[in-house]
Design a protein around this ligand. Structure first.
Ligand code: KIV
Length: 279
């Protein structure tokens, strides 16, 4: 697989240049068919490590490996022509050492054709972000609620309320200053998201943040109703595909049991049909 960027897709600089412009549209994707459905509608698509919870039934993102990200990244890549692809660096692939982060980020990009990586963390990750950017890896940062730190954040709580606000603001400044081309703001108060958006020179991508952010992202299985284990307050369900799929499965099961499926139109005749007639 070649590491060449898609010709029609925006790159990190195009995304950065959208600061203050028409809001950036983004969703997560993990498979080729879903990526194809969003290619015409999204500016960038994130192969999120949420794949672990959404598709693999893990109870957090901590068990997601490089191999899982590469497999899903390759699948998504096959479904995109126009949208940029960003891929998450999984837990324990970048935190310890900038050189190790570089090796893993380069591998993710080379093997999946992603145009950038995303990693979680603010002030404490600024050195790593700078190291990657200086070596040709565009980085999207992710601050506020950072699910890979769930064990030290004490749960999936709103971040940056009251006297925590300055720390989140400092994270935003640090990642922008380190060279990130954009930053995801997850589950922080609206006023703080607006303040960060007004202050930093790179696009803010909100998820549970504010409509005033420079763009928005949601986990696709949340917004179409496939992932129903829980629904965060910031998710809007644009469809209820989970119940629809279950109803279809139940109908299929009933028809198999009463032998009404397969019907005549689903089976093949013993004799080959005459030429020109389909069967
Ligand atoms: O992994 C993911 O899906 C994410 C989004 C929630 C931003 O990081």
């Amino acid at each position: 697989m070649s590491a060449t960027a898609r010709k029609k897709a925006p790159n990190a600089e195009d995304i950065r240049a959208r600061k203050g412009d028409l809001p950036l549209v983004s969703l997560t994707a993990y498979t080729t068919p879903m990526a194809r459905l969003m290619d015409d509608h999204c500016d960038f698509v994130l192969v999120g490590d949420s794949v672990g919870m959404v598709l693999h039934g893990l109870d957090s993102t901590l068990g997601v490996s490089m191999e899982m990200m590469i497999l899903h990244g390759q699948a998504v890549s096959r479904g995109l022509e126009k949208a940029m692809m960003v891929i998450d660096m999984p837990f324990a692939s970048y935190e310890h050492d900038p050189a190790e982060a570089f090796r893993n980020a380069a591998r993710l990009m080379a093997e999946t054709r992603a145009g950038a990586v995303k990693l979680e963390g603010g002030v404490e990750m600024a050195e790593t972000i700078r190291f990657l950017v200086q070596r040709g890896i565009p980085v999207m940062a992710h601050i506020g609620l950072t699910p890979q730190s769930i064990n030290t954040l004490g749960g999936y709580k709103v971040q940056g309320r009251d006297d925590q606000a300055d720390a989140v603001l400092a994270d935003a400044r640090a990642v922008a200053e380190a060279g990130a081309f954009s930053v995801v703001l997850e589950k922080i108060p609206q006023g703080l998201a607006d303040k960060i958006t007004a202050e930093i020179p790179i696009p803010t991508i909100g998820i549970g943040a504010s409509a005033g952010c420079d763009g928005q992202i949601l986990v696709v299985d949340d917004m179409v109703g496939f992932f129903t284990a829980f629904k965060p307050k910031f998710v809007k369900r644009y469809a209820e595909l989970g119940p629809l799929a279950e109803a279809a499965i139940a109908e299929y099961a009933a028809e198999v049991r009463d032998r009404s499926f397969p019907a005549a139109e689903h089976v093949f005749a013993d004799q080959a049909p005459a030429k020109g007639i389909k069967s």
